[in-house]
Design a protein around this ligand. Sequence first.
Ligand code: WT7
Length: 642
Amino acid sequence: MAAYHLDTFEAYLDARRQAAENPEAFWASIAAHFAWKRPWDNVLSADFERAHNRWFEGGILNITENCLDRHLEIRGNKLALIWEPNDPRERFVRLTFRELHTQVCQVANVLKKHGIQKGDRVALYMPMIPELAVSVLACARIGAVHSVVFAGFSAQSLADRIQDAGARCVLTSDGLYRGNKEIPVKRVVDEALEQCPTVEKVLVVERTLWAVSMQPGRDFWMHEEVETVERDCAAAPMEAEDPLFILYTSGSTGKPKGVVHSGGGYMVYAGYTFRNVFQCRESEVFWCTADIGWITGHSYLLYGPLLNGTTTLMFEGVPTHPDPGRFWQVCDKHGVNVFYTAPTAIRALMAAGEDHVLAYSLDSLRLLGTVGEPINEEAWHWYHIHVGKERCPIVDTWWQTETGGIMISGLGALSPMKPAHAGLPLPGVEAVLLDKEGREIEATEAEGLLCIKRPWPGMIRTTYGDHDRCVQTYFSAFKGYYFTGDGAKRASDGLFRIIGRVDDVINVSGHRFGTAEIENAINGCKAVAESAVVGYPHPIKGQGIHAYVVLRESAGASDEPQLEIVHAEIVEAVVESIGRIAKPDRIQMAPGLPKTRSGKIMRRILRKIAEGETESFGDTSTLLDPDVVQALVQGYRSLSEH
Ligand code: WT7
């Protein structure tokens, strides 16, 4: 029987061996540590080729029973959630497991009262307030499928996601505070709903007390509704493979896809990986700075810690408000033991100078973590020295929305640690490197395409409403493998170093965008004939967005004031279609794009130019018009001189 908790490096090696020898027995013994209403009949039925992978079939459970009810007897009065507001002068909130349980039941009953049933999709578009955590769990309580949309997305993006999922209900707030920004969230929802006939009910949480318009019969105040319902709500019995949530993420083509995770496997994987990567003890406070609108917030702010009875901290604000010492002030204020953030935040705080971090003791910290993008060595060392005081190990956790949980990472202080290396695959994760022809690279020291050879419980089940897209995107590039879209290196000691995406996905401050998605928005501008978007190395964001734009003849490209208007229109188009988070960092007007005779844009060249390269563009003989390259280099120069 495999141990749920790995407490030595030898235990890890042993678990890895067991999982390799008999994966089903291994995962069955991990799953046995959770509460099931009915045990499963079959641990796994796998079919990579058709992307039919089912875990714990026949099993019945409710993930909220595992997050809440299971803890009531032994730790009912222990803190489950600490909430720190955007403004440090405002009061923070603390909820025990018992209090959180009651609030979840109440909101679950409100959803039921408004006709929401098992299997219905509910969209959540909310700030980082306790009610968001409560609402997510309330959906899971009754078996409604939650689809959290990050509140930085535009009305159009929200509408697209609501429509794609066919959501019947939206949970939102009046407004939100984020740093020094104030956003009228309900107004964004109202605008989105003009295009969303499936939505029957909107439940609005009070956060800012701003006046909002409420549509009679459709819109209700959550605080009024909870007064009308019971304080207990039985957890709906869910099949292990019933969907738990949809989370939209960008791919290299077309519109964002709804990644679907199911309850049983996700619970087992999020729980097991949280326990072992972060090695939290009973008394510890865990802080993941990600928004619940991203997978990191789902798995390691909410579900992972609660499944393990760990106190989780939720922060409404941003790292630099009111000053760049805010993270560290919160660590001291709430005695944070494990701190998990993104490299982009570390780089931004590093740029603000040491003084902000040296002003706090950070004595409570035991372990640090990073996620979302490769961390450069300079940032790693800054984090290690100034935040961790060279005393806290760092876990660099590699995973994806599609993997549900961490795949390659150190385990607390147990594993070898090397700057910029994610490390070793977790037990049950068979990570391999393939060459371009799809052959597995046997040598330990190697570089290749990162693939996973075997199903794992937290893996993506489908892309909502379009299973074929799931098959095509992840399981078709190399038969018999899940393809991650990342390139990676493996060092002689077996530790993995993730290099980054090899597809047309860019990672800006740990947020994923498809270049096609941004191009579509830009091409919607009247003045634009065509465009191409690439990522380039950015000192804080990891990657920046560089847009090459070819204007229509009629757009008056030689006229400066006219150009400025077009520039503003392009920015506005992206903000409207996707959101402020996808705003291009650079817009370069171009006379044309480097295309092959067959019309394919040679992005390789555009990436090089955006990196500042002026000469070595490799073979350009297949270009229709090789002269365009020099014109683009010229254009880039005058752009950088600005
Ligand atoms: C992509 C997934 C689930 C994590 C949050 C982002 C990149 C993620 C690391 C890491 C290097 C990383 C990869 C991956 N990535 N973690 N530790 N080191 N790169 O989730 O939006 O689904 O993005 O983020 O490129 O494919 P996501």
